[in-house]
Design a protein around this ligand. Structure first.
Ligand SMILES: Nc1ncnc2c1ncn2[C@@H]1O[C@H](COP(=O)(O)OP(=O)(O)O)[C@@H](O)[C@H]1O
Ligand SMILES: [Mg+2]
Length: 209
């Protein structure tokens, strides 16, 4: 079986060049991982493109960890993505029927929002609304909605974003089947917006096509 390629993904980023919000993604040609990786500044994030729940994701702070991180990601589905690590705040935006429902900031006690912080530990903090300046949050939510639109989403979705130190929003991914246990992020956001879990489920079913 051919080895999954390693792609360096430039995050879809909103550039307000002409006043129009636009989401762009640049995918560099896959190159031999070892040569290309040696050129990139640390920290980096290595992850399988087609997994979830932070499975197979490694934050690489030391070049000596790189080969193992790529090898780990390769044991999972899809090509391997290598991204610049974005230091800053992590938020998750709830979208329902093309409108932003709200956002939650997540502060894990671990190095990043890994599997343990998501499902096993009870020391992950959830802040609703995110502790961000209003204009930064509004821009991030608009950015999340633009990504939802650019990817042709409908119904409910939950984009994951990093907000860097300059207040720029970077979309990590748009989850079209976000977790829906009663303690998951989208139900938390819906609750803060005055919607019960049952009401959220009804809305999602009603918007299903
Ligand atoms: N480029 C990045 N910069 C900083 N943290 C990242 C980056 N990519 C992923 N992470 C961290 O890893 C977690 C999982 O990555 P994500 O792309 O959302 O994959 P998954 O589908 O597994 O949730 C994120 O919630 C975040 O904490
Ligand atoms: Mg995610």
């Amino acid at each position: 079986m051919p080895r999954p390629a390693v792609h360096r993904l430039r995050h879809p980023r909103q550039r307000a060049r002409d006043g129009q919000d636009r989401v762009e993604a640049h995918l560099r040609e896959p190159r031999h991982p070892d040569a290309a990786l040696a050129e990139w500044s640390l920290p980096l994030v290595v992850k399988p493109a087609d997994e979830g729940s932070s499975v197979g994701v490694t934050i690489v702070d030391d070049r000596a960890q790189l080969a193992a991180a790529v090898a780990l990601a390769r044991t999972f589905h899809g090509p391997v993505l290598v991204e610049d690590y974005i230091a800053g705040t992590e938020i998750f935006v709830g979208i329902l029927d093309g409108a932003v429902l709200g956002s939650v900031e997540v502060r894990p006690a671990t190095r990043f929002y890994d599997y343990e912080a998501k499902y096993l530990r009870n020391d992950t903090q959830y802040l609703l609304p995110p502790e961000l300046p209003a204009d930064v949050l509004a821009r991030a939510e608009a950015h999340a909605l633009a990504a939802y639109g650019a990817l042709g989403c409908s119904g409910h979705s939950r984009p994951d974003l990093r907000i860097d130190r300059d207040g720029n929003a970077w979309v990590l991914e748009v989850n079209t089947l976000p977790g829906m246990t009663e303690t998951s992020l989208l139900p938390k956001i819906a609750k803060r917006a005055g919607m019960s879990y049952a009401q959220l489920c009804e809305r999602i079913l009603a918007s299903a096509r």
